[in-house]
Design a protein around this ligand. Structure first.
Ligand code: GLN
Length: 199
């Protein structure tokens, strides 16, 4: 199994390292041939409008979207979650996403006061201890479709906001497990999403 990490902008190196530590072969994806070659994809954190625009100008956008919609296992962290969402709130004017996940995502949802923060999360399907989640100008999931499962949430002012969701072969987190050195979310993606899809 070959896992690609979209390497146009953002923290793709950290994802490549985390995947390698999980024992899978992982390559940076910048070209159409690589999009066609991979069995699974990771969309990194970064800036979702920039990543989408670069994917367009490199001629990758439509093929990535097509492969995601055709069932290629894909994990998006932060900007990657935005790129997987079928619907966006507070997106930039004309902002595109690859889509595929039946979720409505609010960009920069936590507001300026809590621009960046950390929290310990219970993550369904990952055994204790809790996941240390780092949020950086992060989105949250505002609404989910019927086939979407919430794996982790954050409570803000008494309201629960989903920050990790799964649907079929797709996984998305608002936070960045790739920068914590704890690879359990990547391992979850490889073991529970990719291998199940390939099997
Ligand atoms: N706010 C960024 C965006 O809209 C995402 C931030 C991140 O990936 N850390 O793309």
């Amino acid at each position: 199994m070959l896992v690609g990490v979209l390497a146009l902008q953002g923290d793709f190196r950290e994802h490549l390292l985390a995947l390698a530590e999980c024992g899978v072969e992982a390559i940076p994806v910048k070209r159409l041939a690589e999009v066609n070659q991979i069995d699974a994809l990771v969309l990194p954190g970064g800036e979702s409008t920039t990543i989408a625009k670069l994917a367009r100008s490199f001629g990758l956008f439509d093929r990535i979207s097509e492969r995601i919609h055709a069932g290629m296992p894909t994990y998006g962290s932060c900007a990657g979650m935005i790129l997987l969402a079928d619907r966006l709130l507070e997106g930039a004017v004309g902002q595109e996403s690859f889509g595929g996940m039946d979720i409505t995502v609010r960009r920069n949802a936590f507001g300026r006061q809590v621009d960046s923060f950390e929290a310990d999360l219970t993550f369904k399907g990952i055994t204790a201890p809790p996941i240390r989640a780092i949020f950086i100008r992060a989105p949250w999931v505002e609404a989910i479709g019927l086939g979407v499962e919430v794996l982790a949430s954050v409570e803000i002012d008494g309201e629960l906001h989903p920050v990790a969701v799964a649907q079929g072969n797709l996984l998305a987190t608002s936070f960045h497990p790739e920068i914590t050195g704890d690879n359990r979310v990547h391992r979850y993606f490889v073991e529970n999403v990719c291998k199940t899809a390939v099997a």
